[in-house]
Write a protein that binds this ligand. Structure first.
Ligand code: GLA
Length: 731
């Protein structure tokens, strides 16, 4: 689960290995360029968190720091709180031992620091002298990105097996007078809706127990504003964090009697007591977080930079624009339909054609969602010439070719379901629930992992150059259980998620360059665990540009624009009844990885011309979308406008997107946006793009950065669903 990403580490400081009793206030700073997590060993050997926030010039100043709680009143802000001793709060670690007791009291044993390029790893060993349980805490400090990634390795050093009841990746104590929590909630076609509240005492829990499609309801990420009653974009202290795990997760926020906030992030303990045999180790997934003294904006930029450099497979690479067949053809197509769509995609300047659902299964042909999943052979009744023929046609037209699979699932109406009923997630003696007419395959079973690997591998052999795979996963687990695991059902949820990673690791060894999209009925699997292997996410099945404003704004608080696939579809589409202008749809989709998902032949000539213009200009500035820094100018959650911009690292180029979501006050006139992230001392030539009718008096002219940032950038958006896009280049 935890991969040695940093081989050849340079040893900087090693094993203080000081006996606990004399380790009074050993200060262990975990620092990045601008932030610091200060840990320290108390006189009783307990590892505490003293500070997380701005970097402090001399961490040793914390030598005499008192954490506030008396010995009788608790255990102070433990760096990895365990059930036992005086600690009675939410634990990071809760262990049940073979004798039935629950007490774990960890004391510091040693620590070491290693550096590999810009990543400094601090490894701290804690031990329970009575139960011999050992915990290694790892803190990887990404210097330039100001991100810390932490995880724990829990080793049963005793002679009897133990059960891990809670095993969070990390704990983060924060200290402020008030905390405002932002988290993300939603449902199908409505993912990543911002939700939030001022925290009160006791514990707020954000959890998902869905097994698959884990993030359709909640996302394993958050932002906490300190000393504030709301999230602010450019001011205030904000801690943003995310758990890199694609299975059930749990985030908890406990405000204690000293007003401190303990943030725990980890695998959900729901039905997942994990047995550790003597000598065995369990490694938790990574919990990453960042601190910003300049609001949510800087917190997002830190996470995005980390994601592009370390967290996303192929991060920083430009992925192609595309036409996807789904909303244009659904299940009803012939070879001819596909070829004409390829012709249209090529003539519009798109760079890839993706054949979505419906191309496979012979005995139970996939002509709807009720049959065929599991039988991954080409349906020659629909495509007699085979996939290679279609892929070659696309390649000959200069397009890349991608194809859809949903390898974790099976329709009861399939040969696979008949051949391997025992591969289906189930509990004995019960009728299996269906959702979207399908069952979930049991990825905790290595034989199923081999099969799922084989689906991807065989699909890749259908044509010599398949460039892109859309990996889908269209239901949650129900009636969970695994025939393979026998009596060990508690392992099911953890081993399912590990099963996906096992498969993806193998696939990435064989197919390092294939672009793989992570789709789960849209944004049902959006997390930094999946993004270690996937290049991008299908942000939502909802391609309605109005709803996308909310979904994309919130997604981009945590995840970078380079992973956000965003497609232009027809209106009204099957998700909402909204009828937005094509320009508005393009302007929205161009703020992520642009694609189209409609039948191009249904566009009018005028619409085609606009589409061509939008695609052409997007290809010229999209490096800003993929690698630039985001600055959010107006939040759809707070007003009637949404606006954002991406700025190149050297501040010489930028693209600005402005949208009117609801126009209701003619008296106000054109809304003024203050641009951000530019160099106020430089001048920028501003060019309006995706032009339908020109929207700003200053387009085509050069303006001082300082004017654009402080003066009046006021494009005329005087109708609901008006929008405008501008490109800026320093002169
Ligand atoms: C899911 C995906 C869609 C599409 C369909 C095909 O809903 O999210 O994009 O691929 O499956 O069945």
């Amino acid at each position: 689960m935890k991969y040695l990403r940093h081989c050849g580490l340079v040893l900087l400081a090693l094993a203080l290995a000081v006996p606990a009793a004399s380790a009074r206030k050993t200060v262990i700073p975990v620092e990045t360029e601008h932030t610091a997590l200060i840990l320290s060993v108390r006189e009783n050997g307990v590892l505490e968190t003293l500070h997380y926030g701005n970097r402090i010039a001399d961490p040793k100043a914390f030598g005499g720091f008192v954490t506030g709680l008396s010995e009788d009143n608790g255990s102070g802000p433990m760096a990895y709180p365990t059930t036992g001793g005086r600690y009675l709060g939410e634990p990071a670690l809760h262990v049940r031992y073979a004798d039935g007791y629950h007490n774990t009291e960890l004391v510091y044993a040693a620590h070491q620091v290693r550096r590999n390029g810009d990543v400094v790893t601090t490894e701290i060993t804690l031990k329970d002298p009575v139960t011999l349980l050992e915990v290694k805490l790892f803190y990887e400090a990404y210097q330039k990105e100001d991100v810390i990634s932490t995880h724990a390795e829990i080793r049963n050093g005793g002679r009897q097996p133990v059960e891990l009841l809670n095993y969070a990746s990390g704990s983060l104590y924060l200290d402020a007078d008030q905390y405002h929590l932002t988290h993300f909630h939603g449902g199908w076609a409505d993912e990543m809706q911002m939700d939030g509240e001022v925290l009160t005492h006791d514990t707020k829990v954000i959890e998902s127990r869905r097994g698959t499609q884990v993030t359709q309801c909640n996302n394993p990420s958050f932002l906490v504003s300190l000393n504030a009653d709301r999230l602010q974009e450019n001011v205030g202290e904000v801690v943003a964090g995310a758990l890199a795990w694609s299975g059930n997760f749990r985030l908890s926020f406990e405000m204690d009697e000293s007003n401190r906030l303990n943030v725990l992030a980890g695998i959900s303990p729901f039905a997942s007591a994990y047995k550790l045999a003597a000598g065995q180790t369990f490694a938790t997934p990574d919990f990453l977080y960042t601190f910003s003294g300049r609001g949510a904006g800087q917190a997002s930029r830190n996470l995005h930079a980390w994601a592009r450099n370390f967290g996303v497979y192929g991060g920083g690479q430009i992925n192609p624009t595309l036409l996807n067949s789904w909303e244009g053809a659904y299940f009803t197509f012939t070879t001819e339909t596909l070829l004409r769509m390829i012709d249209d995609a090529a003539s519009m300047g798109l760079e890839m054609f993706v054949l979505d659902d419906g191309w496979f299964a012979k005995d139970y042909p996939r002509n709807g969602d009720d049959a065929g999943l599991g039988d991954w052979e080409v349906n020659t009744a629909k495509i007699p010439e085979g996939i290679d023929f279609v892929a070659s046609y696309a390649h000959d037209k200069g397009l890349k070719f991608g194809i859809w699979i949903e390898p974790e699932m099976v329709n009861p109406q399939s040969n696979l379901a008949h051949a391997h009923p025992d591969w289906v997630v189930q509990s004995p003696g019960r009728e299996l629930y269906q959702s979207r007419n399908q069952w979930v395959l049991d990825l905790s079973n290595p034989a199923v992992q081999d099969f799922v690997y084989g689906i991807f591998d065989k699909t890749m052999q259908l044509a010599p150059n398949i460039d892109y795979i859309k990996w889908d996963c269209n239901r949650t687990v129900a009636d969970f259980g695994s025939k393979y695991l026998g009596k060990d059902q508690d392992r099911f949820f953890v081993e399912y998620a590990q099963g996906i990673y096992n498969v993806m690791r193998r696939l990435r060894t064989k197919y390092p360059d294939t672009i793989v999209q992570c789709c789960s009925s849209g944004g049902g699997r959006v997390d930094y665990g999946a993004l270690k292997y996937f290049n991008e996410i299908w942000t939502s099945d909802n391609t309605d540009a109005f709803t996308r404003a909310y979904i994309q704004y919130a997604t981009n608080l945590i995840y970078p624009a380079c992973v956000m696939a965003s497609h232009v579809s027809a209106v009204p589409n099957h998700q909402t009844g909204n009828v937005t202008p094509l320009k508005f749809r393009f302007d929205m989709a161009c703020s992520g990885r642009l694609g189209m998902e409609l039948q191009p032949k249904n566009l009018t000539e005028r619409e085609r011309a606009l589409a061509d213009r939008c695609i052409r200009s997007y290809k010229q500035y999209r490096d800003l979308v993929f690698t630039g820094d985001v600055y959010r100018l107006a939040s759809p959650y707070e007003g009637d406008y949404y606006a954002l911009m991406y700025v190149s690292q050297d501040q010489s180029r930028a693209v600005v997107y402005t949208y009117c979501l609801k126009y209701q006050n003619r008296a106000v006139g054109a809304h003024v946006f203050r641009l951000d992230g530019l160099d106020p001392a430089r001048s920028y030539r501003v060019t309006e793009l995706n032009v339908d009718r020109s929207c700003w008096w200053g387009s085509g002219r050069t303006h001082a950065g300082d004017f654009l940032m402080n003066g009046g950038f006021n494009p005329v958006l005087l109708k609901t669903f008006d929008s405008a896009v501008f490109y800026l280049e320093a002169e």
